[in-house]
Design a protein around this ligand. Structure first.
Ligand SMILES: [Zn+2]
Length: 193
């Protein structure tokens, strides 16, 4: 991360706030925040959005899930947000631009009666390796789940396929409620090195 060339990108601030940064990154953010009121204000805004959002994030190299309202507030603050909508059991061709700050997808799913929702992700770059996000937030009323991969990692990925499976979990067991496929391509001109 370079903090010398401008303000802190939102994903860097998010990682910092979620205490997901490594020591060097944390030091760099601390140093920048001491000199920059604009970024301090941006961090205050994130904190003001509530501790609940922190709880909505699930660590791991892959992803986070949060509410539509939170995304709209971030977009309203001028963040560059790239959004994809996936129909139930749908797929999408996706990419990320170098200056995008958040990558959000909306997954349609039948969620009536669902008590707890887990998401299992598998990337074609790591065949057979599954990451399970437990108890992800969802809105049963709108039948919608938001999925946010870590954008910094996605920007470095070569072409790949990501599969996300949503699982409803209750006392009776686990059942699949939706399955989604992302066909990712790097931004044109960003040849993988
Ligand atoms: Zn700044």
């Amino acid at each position: 991360m370079s903090v010398a060339t401008g303000h802190l990108p939102v994903d860097v601030l998010l990682d910092y706030w979620l205490r997901d940064s490594d020591a060097a990154a944390t030091d760099a953010v601390d140093e920048h925040l001491m000199q920059c009121d604009a970024c301090g204000h941006a961090l205050d805004e994130l904190v003001a959005l509530g501790e609940g959002v922190r709880g909505a994030f699930r660590a791991g190299a892959v992803s986070a899930v949060m509410s539509r309202a939170f995304v709209q507030r971030l977009a309203g603050q001028g963040l560059r947000v790239r959004e994809y909508h996936l129909a139930h059991n749908g797929s999408v061709n996706c990419t990320v631009a170098p200056d995008d700050e958040l990558l959000v997808s909306y997954l349609e799913a039948p969620l009536q009666g669902v008590q707890r929702l887990d998401a299992v992700t598998e990337l074609s770059l790591e065949p057979g390796v599954q990451h399970r996000l437990e108890d992800v937030p969802f809105d049963a009323r709108t039948g919608e789940v938001l999925y946010l991969p870590k954008i910094a990692a996605v920007k470095q990925q070569p072409a790949n396929t990501l599969r996300v499976t949503l699982l409803a979990v209750d006392a009776g067991g686990t059942r699949e409620v939706g399955r989604y496929t992302y066909h990712h391509r790097p931004w044109p001109g960003d040849a993988p090195t």
